[in-house]
Design a protein around this ligand. Sequence first.
Ligand code: CTP
Ligand code: MG
Length: 241
Amino acid sequence: PRTAAVIPAAGRGVRLGRGAPKALRPLGGTPMLVHAVRAVARARTVSLVVVVAPPDGAAAVRTLLDEHPLPQAAGDTDVMVVTGGGTRQESVARGLAALPGDVDTVLVHDAARPLVPVETVEAVAAAVRAGAPAVVPALPVADTVKQIAPGTPAGEPEPVVATPERSLLRAVQTPQGFDRTVLAKAHADAPREGEGATDDAGMVERLGVPVVLVPGHEEAFKVTRPLDLVLAEAVLARRRV
Ligand code: CTP
Ligand code: MG
C-alpha cells in the first residue's frame, strides 16, 4: 500500500489577476507548482505525486517538472501529470481516477499552497495511516466571521444574519488526507453542478464519515490575491537566510 498526493493545479488564478495560470507563476524564481510538488514529495510516506494540469497545459507542466527535478530528499517519488477540469472538484476527481491500484492513502494538496512545511504533510499522512478516514490541517481564525443573507446584489450593503462564535471556527488548509476508498466514494456521490466543492473534506462529511482536524501551519496559506504573493516571497526569503 502506498500514499499518493494529488495536486490540483488547473485553476486560472482569477483573483490573482492577469498573467499565466496561477500554478505556473514564479515564486523566488521557481514556479509555484514546483514548490508545491517538492513540499509533498519530501514527505517520506509520499511515493507518487499526481499533478492535475490546466486543460491546455499538460505538456507545458510536464516540461516544467522535467526542468525542475525533485531534490535528493524526495527519494524516488514518481510524478505523473493529468489534465484537470473546469472546477477544483472536477480536477481532483481526474487526479483520483489516475491513481494506480496499490494506493490506499491520498493527500490532496493545492498547488496554490506552495510553502506548506513537510512536517504538516507528514502529520496529516500519519493520522490517516493511523486509522482516521479524513484528516484536515486547520488554524483558528483571526477575524470574526459574519454570515450574510444569500442573493444580495453585488455592490449593495450585505445584511448580516449571524455571527458564529469565533472560538469554534477553524480555517482549513491542505494537504487534506483520506482513506482512498472514502474519498473516491465522496467524489462519486457529490453533485457536479455550479462551482463545485472547494473542499474535499466537506464532500466526505456529506457521507457521514468523521473528519478530524490537526494543527495546520501559517506557512501553508493559500496564494489567492496579489498580497499573498508578497507574503510568499517574504517567507521564502526568510527561509533562505
Ligand atoms: N484548481 C484546479 N482546477 C480548477 C480550479 C482550481 O485544479 N478548475 C486548483 C487551483 O489550481 C489551486 C486549487 O485548486 O491549486 C485551489 O483553488 P484556488 O485557490 O481557487 O485557485 P484558482 O481557482 O486558480 O484561483 P481563482 O479562484 O482565483 O481563479
Ligand atoms: Mg478557484
